[in-house]
Design a protein around this ligand. Sequence first.
Ligand code: B3K
Ligand code: ZN
Length: 884
Amino acid sequence: MRTDQPKTIRLSDYQAPDYLIKETHLTFDLHEDYALVHAQLIMQRNPELDAQLPVLTLVGQELVLERIALNDQELTANDYQLTETDISLQPTTAEFTIDSTVRIEPQNNTALEGLYKSGKMFCTQCEAEGFRKITYYLDRPDVMSRFTTTITAEQQGYPVLLSNGNLVASGEEGERHWTTWQDPFPKPAYLFALVAGDLWCVEDKFTTMSQREVTLRIFVEPENIDKCQHAMNSLKKSMRWDEQVYGREYDLDIFMIVAVNDFNMGAMENKGLNIFNSSCVLAKAQTATDTAFQRVEGVVAHEYFHNWSGNRVTCRDWFQLSLKEGFTVFRDSEFSADMNSRPVKRMEDVAFLRTHQYAEDAGPMAHPVRPAEYMEISNFYTVTIYEKGAEVVRMIHTLLGAENFRKGSDLYFQRHDGQAVTCDDFVAAMQDASGIDLTQFKRWYSQAGTPRLQVTDEYDAASQTYKLHFEQSCPATPNQTEKQPLVIPVKMGLVGGCGLDMPIQLADEVNAQGTERVFAITQAEQTLTFSNVPQQPIPSLLRGYSAPVILQYNYSRDQLMFLMANDNDSFNRWEAGQQLALAVLKEVTEQIINNQEVQIDGRLIKALSAVLADSRLDQAVVAQMFTLPSEAYVIEQIPEADAGAICKACDLVRKHIATSFYEEFHELYLELSTISAQTPYIAEAEHFARRSLQNIALKYAMLTGSEDMEDLCLQQFETADNMTERLAALSYLVNGLSRAKSDAVLASFSKEFAHDSLVMDLWFSVQASSPKAGDLEHLRALMAHDLFSLKNPNKVRAVIGAFANQNLLHFHDDNGSGYAFLADQVIALDSLNPQIAARMLTPLTRWRRFKPHSQALMRAQLERIKAKAQLSADVFEVISKTLA
Ligand code: B3K
Ligand code: ZN
């Protein structure tokens, strides 16, 4: 907890470290009520700086210092200065050794940062600044050291003792035993990991491209041993893919993954010893949904890819976080696109980006991909750093082309292997390898806010000339009012009346060059002139969402319908449908607010019926096209949004689609569910696609209130052999049936899965996110459930997170009770786990987007939190920026 106001850390203040740590030798003595950590640091004055020896400051938090020695000389309190956050002392030689022993209490560590206990096991989470809760250290990513780690613990409770690198020694001492691990690769402290517990593992082998054999192990609690195969398959696929696509080979003899139940995020890429939230490792058909299977595949890949993009080449400072995260998200999303359906992956990613990142970019926490300042770095593991960062890397890929991009990444890894570098170094490698100037492009790293790209056009039939005028702008964001023009890659086609792309020829070109091209828009205003255009085209812009910008082109609804049916780019077909649906949803919302009769534009139904009839479309794409923009996305589109009216509009439009296509959905459902019933569960794209369409058909058909469908839904719930079908049915039943009936269904589900914490998370979240079941009274009952705990982040996300982020009808109740509830939970969480508390605050940070009545209520809750004494730095930063 903070005792004084947190300080702002600035990128412009960066200074190279005064001292380096060549070797780090750690010894952990683990006990039930305490742990002793001995650290021997072999240090030197940074040889790149002058020969003076400034005071050495090692950071440390919540540590009880037992002893400290300099070059084997025990120091006394007169020899050092100890504060709540660090220890300072004066070295006398350029090379020296520091020995310290500290006592910590992992069993009381509810922040889940540093060394803590998850259930019966010890584990660590050090990124970004958790290592300082383990020992006094230079806890900054540009200090890279070779680690040796010895762990001692009682044998019976902790038969497995793991750390980074290779096991080099082990032994027994009475009831206790020990292991020593050595990591040959220098690494920053944030990549350190330790695990001790009673774990079982599945083991496999991988032969790398240079024929080295690597042992792969996934460690889990014994009862989960049958849920590891999918993660193992995903790991092997990731290792192969990184060799094939990036030429990156794994570098240690062993790669380990450990699943833990209490974890703040998805997973952590510690060198050779990844630690995962169990929700991102465990998957088997009976207990995990298709979404979970795909998440496991994606997260396993993401953490594995970090071995190069993050570990071998790491960040100089935390302002550069997107260097590893943006690049690695780009890598994992391309991997998932290759493993599954590429267009669907892009649609999902873009929907996520627009719902969450655009909202962040438009709010008080907006920051550039490379922020210039922060108070608490944990608050900067954001959708901007990750998802917008990935879009920035994707744009480099689009501008350079795949071949040059690969040359650039090869050069980057070769140039900087073993170094801690900056986003500028990444861009420089891309530029040097391709010969393409990226100077202006770099503004994407320093400018916050979502750019608008306004496009108008003119066609001149006489000269067969077509002009596209582009005008880019970017709204002001905190601390940034003036914005410079960006480089916006626009991938586009010109769609002719027959639905085909026309050849594209710029006015100064002799011939047409293809039918789909990428143009870089670099000026505030810019015009592209095309010649030899025989008829007025409909422009298909930003194909594949080639830049993370808000496109403003005044498409008529008929044009959108045309693109929906004809665009050569499947992403843009979906996008046209989303825009059409959005226009309808906004219109209906308006009618509701004005108490007018609701009229739903028939063109939406007509366009969707063409989708159903189009046999060329992949089932997963059809499912995506029938997925309307979410309430949260619509809220972002309407200033002073009335969440209640938007929820109602979405509900009405969905029900209208449901009744319009009842026969079709019913038939489609029977056809697809029959296939599913006859097919064993397979976690592959074709089967994900079928199940997604089957569930969409069931969802809509259930919305009609048909009793026939209710029986079919109950039947799916009771008989399906996989969680994808069971959970979907459960959720439709909870939202469709009377309370008494849905209670019975929920009870039967919880009886069956009470022993499986991850499945129970689904059970919690289906209820917390339900407009029908998830009222506050019920929420409180869920929180009083035996299996709920505020100390477990997955449970917090499943109940509080699902309520505030997905149950918008109740969260935004005009009486303000949803906001007060969230504020209460944030206050309670802040004394346990500040990172999770700050995360849970996000929905309240959006207060300025809502109608004045909601704004006032939200603001009052923010003020109430702010008034609490002893706020963590995490919550303090979010609250103070939100109210600024
Ligand atoms: N690098 C970690 C995130 C650590 C978050 C620390 N608060 C997971 C990932 O992005 O792979
Ligand atoms: Zn990452």
